[in-house]
Design a protein around this ligand. Structure first.
Ligand code: NIG
Ligand code: FE
Length: 417
């Protein structure tokens, strides 16, 4: 199928360099082309160019962008969007003054979601998760990483990962799966954390690998959750089965999570609300992508990661939603981009690069995702006419997306189109 998009006011996010990420000062640059067309052939971008040189010939479909802009789909490299129900009671608890850690200590938080997940069938979990998938697709996400971690028993972790596999097989976007058995200590093991780590390494990881259910392994390496030593053990066990690490690090404390992640070749270390100069230096000497989740900092009222310092140090950084029921009940990547600009003083170009190409790198997907490049997947969205690229984060709550294309196929259009 050959699909021609014409009358695009501006294509943003063009990159023909072949690089897998954009770092430091380069992050403030976004490749653009004005008054343009784009041709998709099958699932891939075949060509693009100026309207003054519109290609002639037969196309299976022609879409008039009507003067809107075209952006590459967001690459959301950190979510927990398979979960049962919601946790607005804890939202109220937080309004009344409890902290995230206090809620967790009282058996709420992640364990609350684990209880609900245990009682929910695989079909029902899939149904609920697909509602969230439809939601993020409409909001421009084209590739997403989804974690387990609300199972916390071998059976329930497998149940979650099978749901993620089913999403991968049926949803129009690209899905990467992460095993996060070490999200919290399962209820049956409270007070016996070492035995739980043993269970993860000896039983869960081999069982997950047997069914080929996870690309990556993750650990919540933070104060009150898992130690650096336990994290290292779990990462070694995952590595035996080819699972690359992506780490929850430095959300609640300077946890050593960055160092242990980098030492084990992590694809990314995520959260980073608590960072020092040493963490930045360690990241600078690695290929690990620092990934920030401003939606969680916003929702929990935490400090924001030092984005400017990281970029100034020459690092590439990624942005992700952390879509989950406890600390970030939103998968809206446009809002994440706005928060990055407003709260972390990232420029719109930096934030968009972080939410696309660098997010793809954090999932090892840059070869096919994250920019408008000939040969990459034709994953993009069209906006309504807008005055500038900067208008996207500026209009922080306005839905601007009109049509969504994934793999060269239209998968969503605004009502009335
Ligand atoms: O990334 N930090 C750990 N995990 C999630 C929160 C999960 C939950 O509260 O359910 C996060 O913020
Ligand atoms: Fe998370």
């Amino acid at each position: 199928m050959r699909l021609l998009i014409r009358n695009i006011a501006r294509i943003a996010g063009i990159d023909e360099s072949g690089r897998d990420r954009v770092c430091g000062a380069e992050m403030d640059r976004l490749g653009t082309l004005d008054d343009a067309w784009l041709l998709a052939d099958g699932e891939r971008i075949a060509a693009y160019g100026p309207m003054s040189a519109l290609p002639e010939g037969e196309f299976d479909a022609t879409v008039d962008a009507g003067g809107g802009m075209l952006f590459p789909s967001f690459c959301d490299s950190h979510t927990h969007l398979v979960y049962a129900g919601s946790r607005e009671q804890e939202f109220i608890d937080k309004i009344n003054g409890l902290t995230y850690e206090q809620i967790a200590e009282r058996g709420g938080g992640i364990l609350n979601s684990a209880d609900r997940l245990h009682e929910t069938s695989e079909d029902e979990l899939y149904r609920q998760a697909m509602e969230r998938i439809d939601e993020i697709v409409r909001m421009g996400t084209g590739a997403v990483e989804i974690k387990s971690g609300y199972g916390l028993t071998t059976g329930d972790e497998l149940k979650m990962l099978r749901v993620i596999r089913r999403i991968r097989e049926t949803a129009p976007l690209t899905v990467r799966a992460t095993f996060l058995g070490a999200h919290a200590v399962g209820r049956a093991y409270v007070g016996r954390q070492e035995e739980y780590v043993e269970l993860i390494c000896r039983e869960m990881i081999p069982a997950v690998a047997r069914e080929g259910l996870a690309d990556f392994v993750d650990v919540f390496c933070d104060k009150g959750f898992f130690t650096v030593e336990q994290t290292a053990r779990i990462l070694r066990a995952g590595a035996e089965y080819g699972m690359r690490p992506k780490i929850h690090a430095n959300e609640l404390a300077v946890s050593g999570g960055v160092q242990v992640g980098v030492a084990h070749g992590a694809l990314s270390v995520d959260h980073l609300e608590r960072m020092g100069a040493e963490e930045i230096a360690v990241l600078k000497a690695s290929r690990t992508m620092p990934t920030m989740l401003p939606g969680a900092a916003f929702f929990l009222g935490m400090p924001y990661p030092p984005a400017r310092e990281m970029i100034r140090a020459g690092l590439g950084v990624a942005l992700a939603s952390d879509y989950n029921p406890g600390s970030s009940p939103s998968g809206n990547m446009k809002t994440v981009v706005s928060l990055a600009c407003i709260k972390m003083k990232m420029t719109p170009a930096e934030a968009l690069n972080a939410a696309t190409l660098n997010g793809a790198a954090a999932m090892d997907l840059s070869r096919d995702h994250g920019s408008v490049s000939v040969g990459k997947r034709a994953d993009f969205f069209l906006t309504r006419p807008i005055p500038s690229v900067e208008f996207v984060p500026y209009a922080y709550s306005t839905p601007l997306i009109r049509r969504v294309f994934l793999g060269g196929r239209e998968v969503w259009a605004e009502c009335g189109r």
